[in-house]
Design a protein around this ligand. Structure first.
Ligand code: CA
Length: 649
């Protein structure tokens, strides 16, 4: 319930100061807003009586007024909110939301007015700004935000760096493909002096975990990130001016009355609320009705191991046959299909795929005028006339999914492009995966035909760099708590090749076991998964691994944190129908014996299968009876993994 406390305006304070308190339905999470003596709005968050955020700044700087200072709280109201919805592309299929929703209003003596809307659930806090109609203005440019996040001294951070703009392959960055700082002190500087990207994870000295991200970002705003620590807080930062080759502005323009995206904090005294949160979907609504249901599924992908040379008719037939053999839904045909195969021959190839029950996904560059990409097709997705013509060609030739790569960053102009591509594709019944892109921000629910986003140092980096193979286990133990906790993650993983080249006899060396590779097929969540299997794996690969990759689902009804510490090891359970898949991976340097509590998943005596390895790198399948599901013992070896499959209670 909302409690309104009037803190007496002491003689030393020039403004009347109010404080509003919003308590979550279970009373465990409490938000308090107030205004400093010079009229700056601030907020604090506690969870189970422990400080999470303390006196962090709120406010917007705009061209119609400064909403960061000289304000007082002029009112507040709140209500209980309960609703539920279904989702078929994320970590849970049926979601119940219970929260306290509050609006706190601010005003200045000159007529400035701003509202902050709060959503306070037991394990999630979110807020956004509203600018009401004022001074006859119907539009505004938000030049900066005061919005900050100030964690207690001694908080440890798990964050990934924002890239410099216009660097990397063909000047395509930033694209959320940087390393992480792990368990690092508050204030650790970012690698490039550009701050950090969402999501970001924090652990206070009291042991409270918080995942910070944003949602409901559409063409009415930019995507934001976090500044470097300013000594008190990480603050909201806007895209760099140089992004998108300088095209478009960094500062977002909004219509008045208007609102900003929601910034969200998922909070718990274990990492479970972070791994399991659905707050980024709870706060958004579908933007349009889908012309058909999105098609999740598994697929093959020649480019990941066989690379550019494989984009030819004969090699694509081999990967279509592999998809058919595996019982998969699709094959991803990557860059250069337009010139290496050509549109006419593609029609023949698409026909062959359909005859095998396999649906091709075709690759496109998003550009355009913002990078140096030459891989075709280019200049087909950046403007509406040519884009719609392309969508019509795709539909008429039996293509119902595309992958669009190499976007220009986070500016409002680029967010509009994401939205325009999704909207046009939806009109032609086409699903869209983004690659070389930003983090999705609620898009899984907002755009019914959105089925994937990379925004991670994905599997391709194992082909490019030995260092990434060396860090594969580290990253796999971070993603369930950070990147993949905040949105679906199109990773393109599960290699059964030991060497990262076509002949499996050269290139970089995979450091992780086959059982690890199977575990990430469950651990990394995206409704469409293109796995890094090769045709040679069918005969040369381990039979148990192939059998598992044939059956593993890509859609989930539920997700639970079971065990783990980010950067050390991770165990996550996902349910598909009545089957639970409990997947674990390790970045520890010694074997560890885990006592997993599966008592909420399975009844005593449940039959289970353990897919693992005996330290010999040979995938084994063992039948288990879960006599005491609260203490299910598994040995997790370095750079290895396991999957326990069992029936739900
Ligand atoms: Ca990439």
């Amino acid at each position: 319930m909302l409690r309104t406390n009037l803190l007496l305006a002491a003689a030393v304070l020039p403004l009347a100061v109010c404080a509003y308190t919003v308590e979550s339905p279970g009373g465990v999470t409490v938000v308090t807003t107030s205004v400093t003596s010079d009229g700056r709005p601030v907020y604090s968050v506690t969870h189970k009586g422990k400080t999470v955020v303390e006196n962090a700044p709120l406010g917007l700087s705009t061209d119609i007024g400064d909403f960061t200072k000289g304000l007082s709280e002029t009112g507040g109201e709140s209500k209980d909110l309960r609703y539920s919805y279904s989702q078929d592309k994320v970590k849970r299929s049926f979601i119940d939301v219970s929260a306290r929703r509050a609006t706190v209003s601010y005003g200045g003596p000159d007529g400035r007015r701003m509202d902050v809307e709060w959503h306070v659930a037991d394990n999630d806090v979110a807020f956004r700004y509203h600018l009401p109609k004022q001074q006859g203005k119907a539009s505004a440019v938000v030049s900066a935000e005061a919005t900050g996040f100030s964690f207690p001294e001694g908080t440890k951070v798990y964050m990934t760096h924002q890239s410099d703009p216009m660097v990397g392959w063909k000047r395509t960055k930033p694209s959320y493909e940087e390393y992480y700082i792990v368990d690092a002190p508050l204030g650790t500087p970012s690698e490039f002096g550009r701050g950090f990207t969402f999501p970001a994870l924090f652990r206070t000295p009291d042991g409270i975990w918080t995942l910070l991200t944003e949602t409901d970002v559409d063409g009415y705003y930019c995507a934001s990130h976090l500044s470097d620590y300013d000594g008190k807080a990480y603050t909201i930062a806007y895209p760099m001016e140089e992004e998108n080759n300088g095209n478009g502005k960094s500062a977002p323009g909004i219509a008045i009355p208007g609102k900003t995206p929601w910034r969200t904090l998922s909070i718990g005294d274990t990492p479970a609320p972070v791994v399991e949160t659905t707050i980024m979907y709870d706060l958004v609504e579908p933007r349009y009705r889908a012309s058909r249901g999105a098609r999740p599924g598994k697929g093959t992908w020649s480019w990941i191991v066989w690379q550019d040379g494989s984009i030819n008719y004969d090699d694509q037939v081999k990967y279509i046959d592999l998809a058919h053999e595996m019982g998969y839904d699709n094959v991803l045909i990557d860059n250069y299909w337009d010139t290496n195969i050509g549109e006419e021959r593609m029609k023949e190839l698409i026909g062959y795929a359909h005859s095998k029950g396999v649906k091709p996904i075709l690759w496109f560059s998003s550009s355009g005028t913002w990078n140096d990409i030459e891989q075709g097709p280019v200049n087909r997705m950046d403007r509406p006339i040519v884009r719609k013509k392309t969508m019509r060609w795709l539909r008429d030739n039996g293509i119902d999914a595309i992958k669009v790569d190499f976007f220009g960053g986070d500016k409002q102009e680029t967010i509009r492009l994401y939205e325009d591509i999704l909207s046009d594709a939806a009109d032609y019944g086409i699903d869209v995966i983004f690659h070389g892109c930003t983090m999705p921000r609620g898009w899984e629910r907002m755009y019914p035909n959105f089925v994937g986003a990379e925004a991670v140092l994905a599997s391709e980096n194992m082909i490019f760099m030995q260092e990434f193979c060396d860090k594969e286990a580290l990253h796999a133990t971070l993603h369930p708590f950070i990147r993949n906790a905040g949105g679906i993650m199109e990773y393109g993983g599960t290699f059964l090749n030991k060497r990262m080249n076509k002949g499996n006899d050269g290139g970089n060396v995979r450091r992780t076991t086959d059982a690890f590779q199977l575990a990430v097929a469950v651990l990394f969540q995206n409704p469409v998964q293109n796995f890094a299997l090769t045709p040679d794996n069918l005969s040369g690969g381990p039979a148990e691994a192939i059998a598992f990759m044939k059956e593993v689902p890509t859609t989930w009804d539920d997700t639970r944190y079971i065990d783990g510490v980010p950067g050390e090891y991770a165990v996550v359970a996902r349910r598909h129908g009545s089957d639970w898949y409990v997947a674990g991976v390790s970045n520890l340097d010694k074997p560890v014996k885990l006592d997993l509590d599966l008592s909420e998943l399975s009844a005593a005596g449940a039959v289970a299968t353990l897919i693992s390895d005996g330290g010999t790198d040979e995938v084994t399948r063992t039948n288990l009876t879960l006599k005491n599901p609260a203490k299910t013992q598994v040995t997790l070896r370095p750079a290895s993994g396991f999957v326990i499959k069992t029936h739900s209670k």
